[in-house]
Design a protein around this ligand. Structure first.
Ligand code: BEZ
Ligand code: FE
Length: 290
């Protein structure tokens, strides 16, 4: 590239960055300068063509058009680019042995049913029964009684209740940790499912040879006064999708052994289960707020 060309490009970047100098909010100024700087670096480094920029604008337009109250394609785009996971990583700094956070996903619903200790969140969702138990502690090893534990998951058809057109509430609920921070409930053994891939993000994944599949997981959100809210999942050890999760959500510390139990094996609470079932233990450690 000629010196003259390089100077023209660099001068434009300087002018764009300087245009934010008068931003009253210093944080907005910092964010806009960094964003513009990185975007210009991308355009210059890749020698982006005008046709390619037009294609990118059409892609973002389609992403907006498919987005509505029930479908958030921009979040999905952030997820498959690993930006959601990176933002979570930056904002949930490692603290002692606190449980790691991962992506929230679009399928949490506020106001889920209260499940008593040992109750079943499935509420008719198809899948193999799974006994989940554990306890919530702080990083000093003290129990956190009363912690609110939200859990939600896809059924074994790969769908969350909210993806069906009826009004069912299934495979979700919340529990309250007992005096020792303990909790237990029946769920269904997680199975893999694809993120919604019938829109622009799905086309992007296809064009780049990537799979929309998520590794099998069970979502948790744990809240207690004085503690950082934990949004996480547990993943199934041995799942072949652990290394290719489409939204980069897997953390080694969140991979748990879901122990298969043969049909007829006595259950922890004496419940009669017709076929095979599984069990998993997940002990949760909450970081303090701030
Ligand atoms: C989920 O786990 O529910 C999810 C996460 C990110 C994108 C789509 C779905
Ligand atoms: Fe999920």
């Amino acid at each position: 590239m000629s010196t003259e060309q390089d100077a023209r490009e660099a001068q434009l970047v300087e002018r764009v960055l300087a245009s934010f100098d008068g931003t009253p909010d210093p944080r907005l100024r910092e964010l806009m300068r960094a964003l513009a700087g990185h975007l210009h670096a991308f355009v210059r480094e890749t020698r982006l063509t005008e046709a390619e920029w037009q294609a990118a604008i059409e892609f973002l337009t389609a992403t907006g058009h498919i987005t509505d109250r029930r479908r958030q394609e921009f979040v999905l785009l952030s997820d498959v680019l690993g930006v959601s996971m990176q933002t979570i990583t930056v904002n949930n700094e490692a603290y002692a042995d606190a449980t790691e956070a991962t992506v929230f996903g679009p399928f949490f619903v506020e106001g889920s049913p209260l499940i008593p200790p040992g109750g079943d969140i499935a509420n008719g969702a198809p899948g193999e029964p799974c006994w989940v138990s554990g306890a919530v502690h702080d990083t000093g090893g003290n129990p956190v009684p009363g912690a609110r534990i939200e859990v939600w998951e896809a059924d074994d058809e790969g769908f969350y209740d909210v993806q069906y057109s009826d009004e069912r509430v299934a495979a979700r609920g919340h529990l309250v940790a007992g005096a020792d921070g303990d909790y237990r409930f029946w769920a269904i053994t997680p199975t893999p499912y694809p993120i919604p891939h019938d829109g622009p993000v799905g086309r992007l994944l296809a064009a780049t040879g990537r799979s929309p599949m998520r590794a099998s997981h069970l979502h948790f959100m744990v809240r207690a006064p004085g503690f950082r809210t934990l949004v996480t999942h547990i993943f199934v050890a041995g799942d072949e999708l652990l290394t290719s999760d489409s939204v980069f959500g897997v953390r080694d510390s969140l991979v748990k052994r879901f122990e298969p139990q043969a049909a007829g094996t006595t259950t922890p609470d004496g419940r009669e289960v017709a076929g095979p079932w599984s069990r998993v233990r997940f002990d949760i450690v909450l970081a303090p707020d701030q």
